[in-house]
Design a protein around this ligand. Structure first.
Ligand SMILES: Cc1ncc(COP(=O)(O)O)c(C=O)c1O
Length: 383
């Protein structure tokens, strides 16, 4: 059976060109970039090239990128790094952040910091006005995600970032889902700290980066030999950096062709489902959303059953974020946009990627209404 992968927000397949670029750095060019001999220099040069390519994703200078072991570590480094440098104070975030941000804020709250979790509107958008009203004299950090990994909402990041910078408050944005899908410029966001992860853009897992503008003082999480401007000690993951670099290069080169094609398929899916399935709704905004995200709510059925039936039909989707889909707790994001726990449980997330085709979309548009209909016939939730 041809299996269709519609879960690119969870992770993506590593591009064969990325694997090809990485391979020599396991077997032939395995030096430690800190070593002064030729082996080390060879690895160092590859790392420099990778850094340059990743920096280009956000139009940054290569030495402003700090490599981490993924998006979660980048978020932790940004938030704890600012908090530890300040010693005390108040943090503003939103109620729809990824757990890597929310749980880091909660961790800091348990250690004497204070945090405000801003509500969002029914489409999942944070109001810049709410941010302005939440700012206090002791606010040290505002952290709001660039786009929602669940419902795809694009947040007013430039407005919030500018406001933070005008008031001398550090701004961080988790751009893990946006990077590679749209041009990003941290300078337009008030010189923000920006988190990203390689495995969402067809790069390897276990490598991410935090953009740390020159002159910004943050404390490291990891102490040691002083790698990565002293912000992330540990021998660098050279194959990972090379792979992330290649993935970044491909993402930039293909953005103008891949993204409009993906967005067209997304729109076909949204129009197709809303047009053919009764009592189906779109979660998140219609236009102001990630180009690859379609997130639906179907009355009278459970998203978990829908997911399993679609999986049996060869379609891999998600009920929410990868990390929450194993638990039966309603998604905090769906609750934050005002859905009841029961409504939240009837949700399905489709996230498209480079490898998807029009034929796959067509098959999904035939299968999904059929599966929803048959589940509703069996449903104890009633109609
Ligand atoms: C918005 C967002 N932030 C952070 C992360 C965590 O990234 P990683 O799995 O690389 O730690 C994810 C992954 O799903 C994400 O979607």
């Amino acid at each position: 059976m041809h299996r269709i992968y519609f879960d690119h927000a969870a992770t993506t397949a590593t591009d064969p060109l990325v694997v090809e670029a990485m391979l020599p750095y396991f077997t032939e060019k395995w030096g430690n970039p800190s070593s002064l001999h030729a082996f080390g220099q060879e690895a160092h040069a590859a790392m420099d090239e990778g850094r340059k390519r990743v920096a280009a994703l956000v139009g940054a200078k290569p030495d402003e990128m700090v490599f981490t072991a993924g998006g979660s570590e980048a978020d932790n480094l940004a938030i704890k790094g600012v908090a530890m440098a300040a010693g005390k104070g108040h943090i503003i975030t939103s109620s729809i952040e990824h757990p890597a941000v929310l749980n880091t804020c909660k961790y800091l709250e348990a250690r004497g910091f204070e945090a405000t979790y801003l509500p969002v509107d029914k489409e999942g958008i944070v109001s810049p006005q709410d941010v302005a009203e939440a700012i206090r004299k002791d606010t040290i950090l505002i952290t709001v995600m660039h786009s929602s990994n669940e419902i795809g909402a694009l947040e007013p990041i430039e407005e919030i970032g500018k406001m933070a910078s005008e008031r001398g408050i550090t701004f961080h944005t988790d751009a893990v889902q946006s990077v590679g899908k749209m041009p990003l410029d941290p300078r337009k966001m008030g010189a923000a700290l920006v988190s990203m992860a390689s495995h969402k853009i067809y790069g390897p897992k276990g490598i991410g980066a935090l953009y740390v503008p020159k002159g910004m003082r943050i404390e490291p999480l990891m102490h040691g030999g002083g790698h990565e401007r002293g912000l992330r000690s540990s021998t660098e993951n050279v194959p990972g950096i090379v792979g992330f670099g290649k993935a970044a290069e491909l993402a930039l080169a293909r953005m103008d062709t891949d993204i409009p094609r993906i967005q067209k398929m997304r729109d076909r899916i949204i129009d197709g489902i809303l047009g053919s399935v009764p009592d189906a709704y779109l979660n998140g905004p219609r236009a102001r959303r990630l180009p690859n995200n379609a997130h639906f709510r179907f009355s009278f059925i459970e998203g978990e059953s829908l997911l399993l039936m679609l999986d049996m039909a060869g379609i891999a989707a998600s009920t929410g974020s990868a990390c929450s889909s194993k638990s039966l707790k309603a998604s905090h994001v769906l609750l934050a946009i005002g859905l009841s726990p029961q409504e939240a449980h009837g949700s399905l997330r489709i996230t498209l990627g480079r490898g998807n085709t029009d034929d796959e979309v067509k098959y999904f548009l035939e299968e999904c209404p059929r599966v929803v209909e048959s589940l509703r016939k069996m449903s104890p939730l009633g109609r």
